[in-house]
Design a protein around this ligand. Sequence first.
Ligand code: NI
Length: 388
Amino acid sequence: MLARATQLKDEFVAYRRDFHQHPELGFEEVRTSGIVAEYLESLGIEVTRMANTAVVGLLRGAKPGRTVALRADMDALSIPQQNDVPYKSVNPGKMHACGHDGHTAILMGVAKLLSEVKDELAGNVKFFFQPAEEGPGGALPMIKAGAMENPHVDGVIGMHVGVNLPTGQIGLKAGPSHAGTDSITITLEGKGGHGAHPHSSVDTIVAAGHLIVALQTIVSREIDPLGSAVVTVGTINGGYRNNVIAHQVVLTGTVRTLDPEVRASMPERIERIIKGVCDTFRCKYNFVYDKGYPSVMNDPVMADLAEATAQRLLGAENVVRTANPSMGGEDFSYFAEKAPGIFLRLGAGNPAKDCVYPGHHPYFNFDEDAIPIGMAVMAEAALDFLKQ
Ligand code: NI
């Protein structure tokens, strides 16, 4: 597969550059999904459109067997591109700054590789081209639309490019690899007044200051130091003028956790502190805890399978078991809740090509030499899964 993928490299680099030049935000991937669907149909793959802009391809093998799903995300980010490449974004304010253009091209390449061997295939391969990974999330709507059934998916494999690993390497981790990503909105209500007469007001700015500091004690004093959590207050809005006491302050933040039990405990911990601070400083509050993506839990058997595949293709020295999960999020987690899953990191860092900036950076780019590697690893991992 690696030799064949290398032969096909230029075709899928061209697709990647085309997607890079025409980035589309979540649930707006009309052009991208149209190209994907047309391509899959040209390979004789059954195509279903669902969840607005999602595309699911189904390649039925000649012999019966299990079904594996391979997933790529298609959406771009609302970031104005700042690096100069010949295939720079033509859509103002939008950029493929997370490599999803590459994921889409790679999975199209995998569809090509596997459709060439479908006569030997025992089982089925589903190709999940999902919208809106960057938010509000395309995986859950796809599951609700039936992506994991008919035929039922027995295992799922996802992949993300990363410049923190050099091209030629694959990273993976059993267990949690990405955090659950929840968001909070806290509104403090006090009593406005003249800045010179605090005694006749209830100052929400002072309360907010105490609250922000007190919230940090959840991580530093309540959660097991060997567990993991983040509470970040990202925005604070309130006040009108230097000499006016603000009657309202609104804070928003993100809560990241790895362990589902720690995650489940967070709303109570946060609200208890809000309530305590508000009691102390005479405020009222409104608290909204929005659950986002759950943490990605990689199946140990799927991790071993993908590791063996990657070692065979790339050499054991190029397959890295990463020790630490990322506190970033990934809605691949929803697929991995429904079937054993593994989320792979595809090394695509290359300082010589300026592929050093992290995802979501306006100078982000990844090494396209990783495209055939990603194609081959995903295709062979799917074959290995179906042979089990
Ligand atoms: Ni991404």
